[in-house]
Design a protein around this ligand. Sequence first.
Ligand SMILES: Nc1ncnc2c1ncn2[C@@H]1O[C@H](COP(=O)(O)OP(=O)(O)OP(=O)(O)O)[C@@H](O)[C@H]1O
Ligand SMILES: [Mg+2]
Length: 275
Amino acid sequence: MQTNFKYLVLIMPSGHIISIVNHKGGVGKTTTACNLAHALAREGKRVLVVDMDPQCNATSILRGDIEARCTLYEILDPEENEISIENCIYGTAYNDLYLIHNIPETATIEPRLIRLMPNSLTLLKAKIRNYAVNNFDFTIIDNPPNLGTFVICSLYCSDFVIVPNEAGSRYSVDGLIKAVNFVDDVQKDNNPNLRFLKLLITKVDRRMSVCKAIISQIRRYFPIEKVFDTMIPSNTEFQKAELSFKTVIAYKSNASGSIAYQKLAREILALLKGQ
Ligand SMILES: Nc1ncnc2c1ncn2[C@@H]1O[C@H](COP(=O)(O)OP(=O)(O)OP(=O)(O)O)[C@@H](O)[C@H]1O
Ligand SMILES: [Mg+2]
C-alpha cells in the first residue's frame, strides 16, 4: 500500500496563533499586525489576520474592495451556530495573506458576551482555532486598546502574545507591566499554553532623548531576551500607507518601516523554528 506522506504532513496542526496586545491606544498594534502578517507572507508563510477590534482598522488596511458577508460579528454572535469558518476568511491584495473582517456592530455583541461568561470567552477558540492552526502557518490577531472581553477571547485562543510599546511616550511604560501581568494571569488561570513572546519597541526616533530614556527604562524592567532585537523606527510612511489603505510594505517596500517589519518577521521565524 502506498503511503500518502503529503496528506499526513498536511493534517498535522502546526500553525501558531499570535495576539498583538496593549491596552494603550495608538502604540502600533494594528500596524504591527498588518505589516508583520504581510512580511511573514512574503517569507513564504500562509498567514491569516483576525481583526478583533470593532474600530476595524486592520480590516480597512487589508480588505481591498471586498465586502465580507461573514465577519467576526457572525463568528462571535452567541446565537449564531451555523457559521462555517472557511466562509468567513477572505483573500487580500497580497499573496498568502488572508483576513477575517470586522464591522463596527461587533461592539454591540460585548454586553451579550459578558452576560454569557465564562462560556463566551472560549467562543473564538471554539470557532477558529482548529481551522487556523491546520490551514495557516501564522494567525495574527489584532486587538482593541483595552483588556476587555474581546482581548480575553483572543488570549484564550492564542499561543503567543506580542506587546508593542511606543518609544515616544513616557506614559506607555506605565501600562506595559500591567499588560504583561494580565497575559500571565490568563496563562495561569485559563490557557496554560499561552506565552508572552516579546515586547516590540515601536515608533523609535533615536534623535529624541525621551526615546532613549524610554528604551533604557524598558530594558531595566524587562530582561533583554524578552525584548525583540528589531525595533520599529518612527516613519511618516506608515500614515501615508494607512491613508492609501495599504500595508507600508506594499506602499513603499524600501521604507525604513517596511525593512524593519521584514526583519521582525525573520526574527520571529528564527525564534519559533522547530516549535
Ligand atoms: N513606527 C511608526 N512610525 C510612525 N507612525 C506609526 C508607526 N506605527 C504606527 N504609526 C501610526 O500611528 C497611528 C497608530 O498606530 P496603530 O493604529 O497601529 O496603533 P494601535 O495600537 O493599533 O491603535 P489602537 O489602540 O487605536 O487600535 C497610526 O496612524 C499609524 O499609522
Ligand atoms: Mg489598532
